[in-house]
Design a protein. Structure first.
Length: 117
């Protein structure tokens, strides 16, 4: 079982930055993956960033590439999403996700990010 606690959302002006955090607790393994998803009103949930626990492989959705960065701090059992050059279209509820052993999905509670124009 894995528990995730998110923080860091808020309201920011276009061009601004925010950092989201996701604290991970519970039983994990080196084969796990950490993800950030977002869901805007009326749209499907989108996977915006992924990082592997073992080798720090990362990948990004085209919509955020070059602006968002996923990272982790093993000592704090936390992974992050640094969001720069934010745009109004980035407005959504952001969820952290932990995929355990390639099979089990655990979700954070979600945090609202609102970007004003």
């Amino acid at each position: 079982q894995v528990q995730l606690i998110e923080s860091g959302g808020g309201l920011v002006q276009s061009g601004g930055s925010l950092r989201l955090s996701c604290v991970v607790s519970g039983s994990t393994s080196s084969s796990d993956m950490m993800n950030w998803y977002r869901q805007a009103p009326g749209k499907e949930r989108e996977n915006v960033a992924v990082m592997s626990v073992s080798n720090s492989y990362t990948a990004y959705a085209d919509s955020v590439k070059g602006r968002f960065t996923i990272s982790k701090d093993n000592a704090k059992n936390t992974f992050y999403l640094q969001m720069n050059s934010l745009r109004p279209e980035d407005t959504a509820i952001y969820y952290c996700n932990y995929r355990l052993r390639g099979t089990f999905n655990f979700w954070g509670q979600g945090t609202q990010v609102t970007v004003s124009s």
